[in-house]
Design a protein around this ligand. Structure first.
Ligand SMILES: [Zn+2]
Length: 287
């Protein structure tokens, strides 16, 4: 148990039709809030950190701390590098001890995406780590909290290309573009579930949904029913915690800094609990 790979933590998701939440932790406080829910409920989680969030932490200290924290837990947790944008970043992540890495070469032409992803898979195997890659374009930016983005169907994942991509790269999980965006959504999201089901029928590995902001509980449930195995969450916990602080400060009562972090962590825990319930994540007997 404790620290596991992405491949291990997602292994039963397709057969048993549930998803595991991947919650990004951009600092210690977020990480503790997320991991404490995993312990409290006895449920698996994926703890993520995206390259654009490296600026919030001292990575060389933070990742070993997370590894040690997770190794002491009874529930399975994958420690995942989210949206590594270069080989250099992903290789650094493997050296630091992430049990899973994402290489996001989705903005490159198809052949380059395949070539870069293959290199990462080869390297990750020697660490016993899993690899996620992305095909198609999920709009918006990681860490983009201000403006909403609209989904652009031109960037949606092509099902037959997805099959080719998975076969040619050997990845463990595939992030697909089916109508979500990173950061707040502008307008109302409409998931292309037919496309998702077609990809699911053609591709052997677990599928990942990035950019769940603005989706209803029913949207998530339908996405899971149509084959999503991993759901990335950051905007909701990040904005949720910030909202909790604003509400508290608006009351005007005297507060110390620990009162604020406690309130922020409580809000994150509430959101994580709610998401795990919606994703249908069960306790894992073994991985
Ligand atoms: Zn993402």
């Amino acid at each position: 148990m404790a620290l596991v790979t992405l491949e291990e933590i997602l292994r039963s998701t397709r057969k048993e039709k549930y998803a595991v939440g991947s919650f990004n932790a951009a600092n210690h406080s977020m990480a503790e809030a997320i991991l404490s829910v995993s312990e409290e409920l006895g449920l698996p989680v994926i703890l993520g950190l995206a390259e654009v969030q490296f600026r919030y932490v001292d990575l060389e200290r933070f990742v070993p701390y997370l590894r040690q924290r997770i190794e002491g837990m009874a529930t399975p947790v994958a420690l995942h590098l989210d949206h590594g944008l270069s080989l250099e970043t992903v290789y650094r992540g493997l050296d630091l001890g992430f049990s899973s890495v994402m290489i996001d070469a989705s903005s490159f032409p198809y052949e380059e995406n395949v070539a870069l992803t293959r290199q990462v898979v080869r390297r990750a195997r020697s660490y016993g780590a899993s690899v996620e890659a992305e095909l198609g374009q999920v709009g918006g930016g990681e860490g983009n909290l201000e403006q909403g983005t609209e989904a652009d169907a031109a960037g949606y994942t092509d099902p037959s290309q997805a099959r080719d991509f998975v076969e040619n790269t050997g990845i463990d999980a595939l992030a697909v573009s089916i109508g979500t965006v990173h950061g707040p959504f502008k307008g109302k999201p409409r998931l292309d579930l037919e496309r998702l089901a077609e990809i699911r029928s053609l591709v052997e590995v677990p599928l990942v949904l990035h950019g769940g902001s603005g989706l209803s509980e029913d949207d998530f449930r339908r996405a899971v029913a149509c084959g999503i195995s991993k759901i990335n969450v950051f905007t909701e916990t990040s904005l949720g915690a910030a909202g909790a602080l604003r509400e508290l400060l608006a009351k005007g009562t005297p507060l110390g800094y620990p009162d604020l972090t406690t309130a922020a962590e409580k809000r994150i825990r509430d959101i994580v609990r709610g998401q795990l319930r919606v994703f249908g994540t069960p306790a894992l007997k073994s991985v």
